[in-house]
Design a protein around this ligand. Structure first.
Ligand code: CA
Length: 74
């Protein structure tokens, strides 16, 4: 009798879990660089300063240092 209801509820929970997971991604503030590991934010001032600040060193790569930092138009 309640089988269908329960199944529907489980589907909803799975959907909610996936939405919740997507919101766990860290969004960096303006003026911060998002490391390529998708987990770490560092101040843009730390880019290309010769010291790796991202766990994956993505703040010191040629790609990061040669191209202008993409900024969000206000
Ligand atoms: Ca650095």
């Amino acid at each position: 009798m309640s089988l269908l209801e329960e199944s529907s509820c489980q589907n909803h929970n799975a959907w909610a879990a996936s939405v919740s997971a997507s919101f766990e991604a860290i969004l960096c503030d303006i003026g911060e660089f998002h490391c390529h590991d998708q987990k770490t934010c560092i101040p843009e001032a730390w880019l290309c300063d010769g010291e790796p600040d991202c766990p994956d060193d993505s703040d010191e790569t040629d790609q990061t240092c040669k191209s202008p930092i993409p900024s969000i138009p206000l």
